[in-house]
Design a protein around this ligand. Structure first.
Ligand SMILES: NC(=O)c1ccc[n+]([C@@H]2O[C@H](COP(=O)([O-])OP(=O)(O)OC[C@H]3O[C@@H](n4cnc5c(N)ncnc54)[C@H](O)[C@@H]3O)[C@@H](O)[C@H]2O)c1
Length: 352
């Protein structure tokens, strides 16, 4: 049985990816996560009793711990998602972003390289994969209406977050070019869906609206993002892991460009139908001072992954946002516990 080591598996994308991998593949999945503020084992409750799932608590920047975990787990592949992921937090305090998003990938790459170099079976070494999950934010931003990012777009990150992710992408490329480590990179657009930490635009808007709180929108809400439903992203990642060509990069997008204000308005009008309040939810919208260095537009040309690996996003934004709103309406306990701080200092995982 193949074993995948997934870092950051208790986060938004990682938890959706693990649940999908357990459902759709026969792989054993080991989730390695430090359980920072955005890591939440409640997101993986469905996996807890699955004999193909294990959890280990560790910091990706802790080299001795990572080396011994990789030696014990003996993975056939590593999917590296662990990161500090929130742009606003990186603007307030970049330290953790450099530690986790730059040193973390370095530690993971070095540990993977040592392990891979010592693999005895030739076939195992040839089939080993290290997939680094990155963002379209490494490319900077696009003019309204002008072009899309693809695998050849030059790097031009704007925020401490995107700069830290750009740094990690370069390390991954160097470990392939210099050492031959079979690495792959995906750069994806903004994800949305169930289990996203409620500091990000979509869950924040849904939850604040349900609670009758203000709905903050940066500037005039004119920024454009290409929204990707998280389950479609998970599908793309499993495909790249399975069929991607080592050394290659794949850009992954939802083909769903929307202005932030339109996303917020759409959530409001759907909530008006699903859980009507005394007045329309859009009255809660509050325009706030724009984020410094805020990128205007992101859009992805996902032609390469479509042509070469046969992947396209299955969900339209209308369908995905509906499912997402329903998930937050039906999983109140999940986000109420986060908001009340119940998950600080969660139980430890097994030590392997
Ligand atoms: N969410 C998006 O829209 C998006 C878009 C493009 C790329 N990405 C990338 O996808 C990955 C996952 O993003 P997400 O939205 O799920 O983030 P998230 O913040 O929801 O989850 C991050 C996870 O990483 C863990 N983590 C943080 N620091 C760690 C460390 N030092 N050691 C081990 N674990 C640690 C956290 O506990 C958490 O479980 C990130 O690498 C991010 O850059 C996300």
């Amino acid at each position: 049985m193949k074993t995948l080591l997934v870092t950051g598996g208790a986060g938004f994308i990682g938890s959706n990816l693990i649940l999908k991998a357990l459902a759709d593949t026969p792989y054993r999945i080991v989730n390695l996560d430090k359980l920072t503020y955005s890591g939440n084992l409640e997101s993986l409750r469905e996996a807890e009793n699955n004999p193909r799932y294990e959890f280990v608590r560790a910091d990706v920047a802790d080299s001795p711990a990572i080396r011994s975990i990789i030696d014990a787990v003996r993975p056939d592949g590593i999917m590296h998602l662990a990161a500090e992921s929130h742009v606003d937090r990186s603007i307030d305090r970049a330290d953790e972003f450099i530690e986790t998003n730059v040193k973390g990938p370095f530690v993971m790459l070095e540990a993977a390289r040592q392990y891979w170099k010592n693999l005895k079976a030739k076939e195992k070494a040839e089939n080993f994969r290290f997939l680094h999950i990155s963002t379209d934010e490494v490319f900077g931003d696009l003019a309204d209406g002008g072009g899309k990012f693809d695998e050849n777009t030059p790097y031009a990150p704007s925020s401490p977050y995107s700069a830290s992710k750009a740094g990690s992408d370069h390390l991954v490329r160097a470990w392939h070019r210099t050492y031959g480590l079979p690495t792959l990179i995906t750069n994806c657009s903004n994800n949305y869906g169930p289990r996203q930490f409620p500091e990000k635009l979509i869950p924040l808007t849904i939850i604040n609206a349900i609670e009758g709180k203000k709905l903050p929108v940066y500037g005039q809400g004119a920024q454009i993002r290409d929204w990707l439903y998280v389950d479609d992203h998970a599908d793309a990642l499993l495909r790249v892991m399975d069929k991607g060509v080592p050394g290659e990069t794949y850009t992954v997008g939802g083909n769903s460009e929307k202005r932030n204000i339109d996303v917020v308005m759409e959530i409001c009008s759907r909530l008006d139908e699903k859980v009507p309040a005394e007045s329309p939810y859009e009255e809660l919208i509050e325009f706030v001072r724009d984020r410094p260095g805020h990128d205007a537009r992101y859009a992805i040309d996902a032609g390469k992954i479509r042509r070469e690996l046969g992947w396209t996003p299955k969900r339209t934004f209308a369908d995905g946002i509906d499912k997402t709103i329903d998930w937050y309406l039906n999983n109140r306990e999940w986000w109420e516990n986060i908001r009340s701080g119940k998950y600080q200092g969660q139980r430890l995982g097994v030590n392997i």
